[in-house]
Design a protein around this ligand. Structure first.
Ligand code: ZN
Length: 247
């Protein structure tokens, strides 16, 4: 037998042995948290991310779109565009109380994000306590806890308002209904403000100002998804800016 053929057969045997080992001992099969099909522990995706919570097919349906953003001089990052897939999965989490789905959003980037923000304490955007009690979990905390950062609930909402039902002007008013918690302890700390969706940025800005008041040494923000402005609106705004001389 030629050396080449021997090597080929040896590699096949090795692959077979690995498959057997992976299935039986190393990586027990688990269920995809999105489609409920069995996750194959031999897929490349799961060899790279053995603790992944979703299957390769569902992973492909998520399209990350990392984007650097600045809000009042503070640097931040959004991971996805607020597209149909994200909207649907977020509804499953927030509206259908499916807590199990929460880790799927950031699972694949958790190591990189953890490393990037390893010095930071995460402060979630405030949500109404009544909603959290009804769901029995805080969805922002559930999404971001996979990063393994310390979490501090330093911001509180003082009134119950549903952001989705509001127009732009009303969203600005919401920012006045957020306060620092009496237990906030952020003086001299590196603070990462985290939220599920960034829309107008009014809430995020208000939160950032409060974190600055709390004496944070450095502030960054991380949002799971960012809404895109409709083309029409963007065009209209550009025209208005040209008319008023603002670029
Ligand atoms: Zn799946």
């Amino acid at each position: 037998m030629l050396e080449k053929e021997k090597l080929f057969l040896w590699r096949i045997e090795l692959a077979k042995a690995w498959k057997k080992l992976a299935t039986k001992f190393v990586l027990p099969t688990s269920m995809c948290k999105v489609c409920f099909k069995e996750i194959s522990p031999q897929s490349w995706l799961h060899l790279a991310h053995p603790k992944a919570k979703i299957c390769s097919a569902c992973f492909r349906s998520f399209s990350p779109h990392f984007k650097a953003i600045k809000l009042d001089g503070v640097t931040g990052l959004s991971i996805y565009s607020y597209d149909e897939v994200i909207r649907e999965k977020l509804y499953q989490l927030k509206g259908c109380f499916d807590q199990e789905i929460a880790p799927v959003f950031l699972d694949f980037f958790r190591r990189e994000l953890h490393w990037n923000f390893r010095k930071f304490v995460a402060v979630p955007a405030p949500s109404w306590e009544g909603d959290n009690q009804l769901r029995e979990f805080n969805h922002v905390v559930e999404i971001f806890k996979v990063l393994g950062l310390p979490i501090q609930m330093a911001l509180v909402k003082t009134e119950h308002i549903k952001q989705a039902d509001l127009n732009f002007e009303k969203r600005q008013e919401v920012s006045q209904r957020i306060e620092l918690s009496a237990n906030a302890n952020l003086k001299g700390k590196y603070v990462l403000f985290v939220d599920d969706v960034l829309t107008s940025g009014a809430t995020a800005k208000a939160c950032i100002h409060l974190l600055q008041q709390a004496g944070a040494k450095k502030i960054r923000f991380l949002v799971m998804a960012k809404t895109e402005k409709p083309k029409e609106k963007r065009k209209k705004e550009t025209n208005e800016n040209i008319n008023t001389g603002i670029r």
